[in-house]
Ligand binder design. Sequence first.
Ligand SMILES: CC(C)(COP(=O)(O)OP(=O)(O)OC[C@H]1O[C@@H](n2cnc3c(N)ncnc32)[C@H](O)[C@@H]1OP(=O)(O)O)[C@@H](O)C(=O)NCCC(=O)NCCS
Length: 428
Amino acid sequence: MNVSDLRGILAYIPQFREKVFVIAIDGAIVACENFSNIVLDLAVLRSVSIKVVLVHGIAHQLKQLSILLNTQLSNTTGIGVTDQKTYELSLMASSNVTFQILEALSTSDLRACATNAIVAHPFGIVGGIDYQLTGRIKKIDVSFIEYLLQKNIIPVIGPIGYDGEGKSYRINSDSVAQFVAESLQAEKLIYLTPYPGILNGEGKLIRELDVSSALEFHKTFSKDMAEPIRSKLEHAIHACKNGVNRVHILDGRMDEALLSEIFSNSGVGTMIYANQYESIRQARRKDIGSILKLIQEPIEADEILPRKGTDIARDLPFYYVFERDNQIVGCIAVYPYPKTSQAELACLSVAKNYENQGIGRKLIRFAEKLSSEQGFKQLFLLSTRAYLYFMQKGGFKEADPSILPLERKLKYEKNGRRSKVLYKSLNG
Ligand SMILES: CC(C)(COP(=O)(O)OP(=O)(O)OC[C@H]1O[C@@H](n2cnc3c(N)ncnc32)[C@H](O)[C@@H]1OP(=O)(O)O)[C@@H](O)C(=O)NCCC(=O)NCCS
């Protein structure tokens, strides 16, 4: 790891601090060579105050036990019928995997605890089939898990549910993870699997799918998908529809997959995300307080020209806000200079917790579209500290201050900030 990796990680910390990540690890991944690296990655997540809940599967270990003990399994996934023998082997496999995880976490000095947080009932008889010792999740003991998280203890949850009357049941671990993530309203649910993620019809990895596209994809391709990955996709869709923002399906065999997916914009697996309500709209008088809050830090850091509430009120028709789920998380101003057919992009700011999610770029594109629709031929801006951002992410080019409209040039010369002048031509 080099210093720039660390800087990259630090940029995400305000967004993720104290948030809950449910990490679901397939039994095959606990058994693979890379598991010790995953544990180190978990230590990194904990060190930046991300609350981690671990859920694990057992299919791999169950199959191994059945070979070792020469026993026929009624089912390996916890979805079909669980007969008495399979149930007994499931308990054995689950205890072994939980123990292995606890042991590995302790090597990184991480405190963890095996839990009985899944409250379950028998799945029952469905379509004439008695599912015997397969369970159905009734609820998750959220306060218990939250208590552990509060004490900096990682809850470890196996695919076994308890009915509170001395009986337990085999549950599918993908659905355990989905239920836990929904009940805790987790920021992320991450499945670590022995698959690269979700592949499209041509075998190429799909990086991102919003939940509606994921549903469409499932409709078309589910019959061609490997069962474990189809199961992850179905649970991911469910979780996204029920309050989990993002679900990631990653190759747990890959070194640093977890950190790369969480702490970079590109990612390495497939991310399925909830459709969030987003809009950019003209600012209203009641938004002035939120805008001032958004620009306060950048003003103090000399990133944005100082403005007061009265300045914003005067120029209100030129201000726009970015709303996500009814919260103002970004702003921008677009000033017109009709005489020279130019518009100025100004006062771009994104709330710290929402940085690196493409909101800045959406606001820039909005400013371009708006200026173009209003008939302007060129969008320019002045920047002291974010000029590389506008050049690298927004496609702006550096220019001489002489391109500025006269009245703007006079202000530029007067304020002495020596900002860089950038511009972009607008086509039609
Ligand atoms: C600059 C700012 C608007 C970016 O908003 P954002 O929503 O986080 O930006 P995006 O999500 O579109 O882009 C993030 C990318 O830009 C990069 N980036 C962010 N600020 C940068 C800067 N000052 N210089 C170079 N790159 C920068 C990020 O590292 C990230 O790169 P990656 O995609 O390769 O990982 C935001 O950081 C902000 O409000 N800064 C303070 C105010 C400011 O400087 N405004 C400009 C006034 S002229």
